[in-house]
Design a protein around this ligand. Structure first.
Ligand SMILES: [Mn+2]
Length: 501
């Protein structure tokens, strides 16, 4: 399901609603949508329900400086269209108002059936990012109004722990391309915490729990602003004997998580997404990450929403994470392949771009993909391959000639986020796809592979700093012509790319 903002302009009465106890992302999203509709000469109210009007200092400043008019309401005349932003209609933190039609724009996990007009992208760090992309689709440049760009930037910033927990490339785009007002951001940022919240941090630090075997720690903090959790976890990680930590807080509508790690065996973003799997959403990068467990989804797996039982559940999940993963260091590892089967590559049509078309040799570029940013230096014969699921990998000219055959058919991109390149020196954003051509992968000696029945983390022989994760159902593969080369292949990509010999 998807939508366009211009779908809304034909309705006669429109109300935009964000969740109760709005945060900066909710305010920014509603504000931006209202801004767009006004530009199209459609008047829409922006409201929120719940017991309390906004009282946090940073949100009051944000509203005042950027001209955000969110009204706190207890009832509403039935509008022809109600659009909920940063939340889903019918959820427990969204006061329910009657409406003839409902639309939803949100970045949380889906918790119930969605109406026809919905755009929910659970892998995005903020709802502001979705609105930014929807505005782009309408050819609106957010930088044409500094209050708009500042609001969206601040919404993303606060929802991702000051960008530390960003994982989707679209979030990076908003972070990099919004020309915000730095004075406003500095002011909001430094009015973020109340004195009470500072005390919450102090109390929380007194109740740390430790696991000596796996060297991790867990802290529960009383309900507070999510930013407090990041401050606590940053400090917690500095404790000697703590390599990984989780700080969480049980809020009325879900459990907010903050994760940190300082060892290469645990990527914070991967741990956060493990903990939040199917329950909300989690992500980030190597050292810092965040997540959210929705109350509604915890109920669905029969975890009662009570402090002690949540504590037990979270302790258990954290322990499972460490116990369930086998770590393989390919450099020191010899895999017994006696129960493996042999596979060879199918003839597959993939895409490629000659890097020198994007920037001059010698220039540093960042390739922005769904899996993360990849930095490369452009060389004369460097090729960038776009794989079967839109994944990106660099390849030298020699290797390209040996393993791929150029095709004349036009290239069609299969993935969700079209890869782009950023010239590191001037910040220029270059779309890759206009330069992409098709090619065919060519045979090779194939691999030995086996389906995984447990989680593995592999430090491959070509990258011993960052592990590749294999989940149950993915495949562990060993190159037939070099059995020291062991790696994982995603289940979906495996079946698309290989056939039994
Ligand atoms: Mn949000």
């Amino acid at each position: 399901m998807s939508l366009s903002l211009s779908d809304f302009v034909n309705y006669k009465s429109i109300v935009i609603q964000c969740h109760d106890n709005p945060d900066a992302d909710a305010l920014a999203s509603g504000f931006a949508l209202q801004w767009f509709l006004r530009r199209r000469n459609v008047d829409a109210r922006f409201v929120y329900g719940g017991k309390f009007p906004i009282s946090k200092a940073n949100l009051l400043l944000m509203s005042e400086h950027l001209g955000i008019e969110a009204e706190h309401v207890t009832n509403l005349d039935k509008p022809e269209l109600l659009i909920t932003v940063d939340c889903q209609y019918g959820e427990s933190n969204v006061t329910q108002f009657d409406a003839e039609n409902v639309a939803i724009i949100d970045h949380h996990q889906v918790s119930a059936a969605l109406p026809e007009m919905s755009d929910v992208r659970s892998t995005y760090g903020s709802c502001s990012t979705i609105i930014y992309e929807l505005l782009q689709k309408e050819n609106v440049d957010i930088n044409s109004d500094i209050n708009l760009s500042t609001a969206l930037y601040y919404g993303l910033m606060t929802d991702t722990g000051g960008f530390a927990e960003i994982s989707h490339p679209s979030d990076r785009d908003l972070r990099d391309f919004a020309h915000f007002n730095p004075e406003d951001i500095l002011l909001f940022k430094n009015s973020n915490l109340s004195r009470e919240e500072l005390s919450i941090a102090g109390d929380a630090l007194n109740c740390a729990r430790y696991n000596g075997e796996y060297r991790y720690g867990i802290i529960e903090a009383a309900p507070c602003d999510p930013n407090i959790l990041g401050i606590i976890s940053d400090m917690f990680l500095e404790v000697s004997g703590v390599d990984t930590c989780l700080v969480y807080s049980v809020l009325p509508f879900g459990v907010k998580l903050s994760v940190r790690s300082c060892i290469k065996e645990v990527r914070a973003g991967e741990l956060a997404s493990y903990l939040a799997d199917g329950l909300g959403g989690g992500g980030g990068h190597m050292y810092k990450a965040g997540g959210f467990l929705k109350k509604e989804l915890l109920a669905r797996i029969n975890v009662p929403y009570e402090k002690e039982l949540l504590e037990k559940y979270i302790n258990h999940r954290m322990l499972c994470y460490f116990k369930d993963s086998v770590i393989i260091y390919a450099k020191e590892h010899r895999e017994d392949i006696s129960d493996y089967s042999r596979y060879v590559k199918k003839d597959l049509s993939v895409g490629y771009v000659e890097a020198s078309k994007l920037a001059k040799p010698g220039r540093k570029i960042t390739i922005r993909t769904l899996e993360g940013d990849v930095d490369v230096t452009v060389e004369k014969d460097l090729h960038i391959i776009i794989g079967v699921n839109g994944e990106i990998y660099p390849c030298t000219g020699t290797h390209f000639k040996r393993s791929y055959k150029e095709l004349s058919a036009p290239y069609v991109f299969p993935g969700e986020y079209p890869p782009a390149v950023i010239d590191v020196e001037n910040g220029e954003h270059i779309a890759i796809l206009p330069y992409a051509k098709s090619c065919l992968t060519q045979g090779g000696n194939g691999i030995y592979a086996k389906e995984l029945t447990h989680r593995v983390k592999i430090f491959t022989s070509w990258d011993n700093q960052k592990y590749y994760l294999g989940n149950i159902g993915d495949f562990l593969a060993v190159r037939a012509d070099d059995t020291s080369d062991i790696y994982v292949i995603n289940r979906d990509i495996f079946f698309k790319s290989y056939k039994p010999l």
